[in-house]
Design a protein around this ligand. Structure first.
Ligand code: SF4
Length: 311
């Protein structure tokens, strides 16, 4: 039996993650350590440990940033209150590594609030992106996570001005069904002008859908707190194949691959390609020596760096 690996393309870093990591790296190179970063700049253990080793200090509270330091906001975005608090500290510089696609949702939500809309956000409670997005406005904003939550919203069904926004890294299919339920409940529901779920989330999920038709088991490389990586694992499971979320190749268990001939491999938007290489090497030790690529779409998106950090 020929044991085969099929790699999903696209996988791994998206344009927002590329930009966020580059901001921290370039700030370290230009200004030297330490550089303070509010929250993990992206949700990946390898990336965070690597940046820590190079002098980045990750904090959750602005009060933990000493005066005269350089501060960077993570790719997930921050509530307005955090920006305000940081502005009142005597900091040398602040760089914003919020993904431009998250910032787009921030603008959308502020405009809706200004125009008197009650806003429903679909997202995961406690995720920093959700906290950042909801923190752009005060009052008249409600978070829902599941289809069942729609019925429990404390909002009149006849409301005139109601709009929905979503976290950028959700399950495309699940979000569609929640929005459908919202439309049935609130006839005046205003939908986002463009999808809030980002291109990278959509593309990685499409790639996994195609891959699950060709493999018996899927390895998703990504950290446990990575929203988009978790969605890739769930998607494969919903399509009926076993899937495992791993940070590193040494987490692969013999029993996962016993009797398996074709393993699919993908990586969440915050997982670097070096981890994929490690997984390929490890699977090679188990006899998976044939490697194929399954490309569903080519990605060309690039986001510009802040002017101070451009070369
Ligand atoms: S997953 Fe999407 S929203 Fe998140 S950083 Fe990447 S491009 Fe931006």
């Amino acid at each position: 039996m020929v044991k085969k690996i099929i790699l999903a393309t696209p996988r791994g870093f998206c344009a927002g993650v590329d930009r966020a990591i580059a901001i921290v790296e370039k700030a370290l190179n230009k200004y030297g350590a330490p550089i303070y970063v509010r929250h993990e700049v992206v949700h990946n253990r390898y990336v965070v440990d690597d940046l820590k080793a190079r002098g980045a200090i990750f904090i959750e509270e602005i009060k933990d940033v000493p005066a005269n330091s350089i501060l960077i906001y993570s790719a997930h975005g921050v509530p307005l209150a955090v920006r305000k608090e940081a502005k009142h500290k005597n900091l040398k510089m602040i760089f914003d590594a919020t993904c431009p696609l998250v910032s787009k949702v921030h603008v959308e939500i502020k405009n809706l609030h200004r125009d008197g809309y009650t806003i429903v956000m679909i997202g995961h409670k406690g995720h920093p992106e959700v906290e950042g997005t909801m923190g752009q406005v005060t009052g008249d904003i409600f978070l829902i996570e599941r289809l069942e939550d729609v019925a429990n919203l404390p909002i009149s069904k006849d409301i005139n001005k109601i709009a929905v926004v979503t976290q950028t890294t959700l399950s495309v299919d699940e979000t569609k069904s929640i929005i459908q339920e919202l439309k049935l409940t609130f006839q005046n529901l205003k939908l986002p002008k463009n999808e809030d779920i980002c291109y990278a989330t959509q593309n990685r999920q499409d790639a996994v859908k195609a891959l699950t038709k060709k493999c018996e088991m899927l390895l998703v490389i990504g950290s446990k707190n990575s929203s988009n990586s978790n969605r890739l694992k769930e998607l494969a499971e919903n399509l009926g194949i076993k899937a495992y979320l791993i940070d590193y190749a040494n987490e692969i268990c013999q029993e996962w691959i016993d009797g398996v001939e074709v393993v699919g491999v993908t990586a969440g938007a915050s997982a670097p390609e070096i981890l994929v290489t490690g997984v390929i090497e490890r699977l090679g030790q188990y006899g998976f020596n044939t490697i194929e690529n399954l490309t569903s779409v080519e990605e060309k998106m690039i986001f510009a760096l802040p002017s101070e950090l451009r070369e």
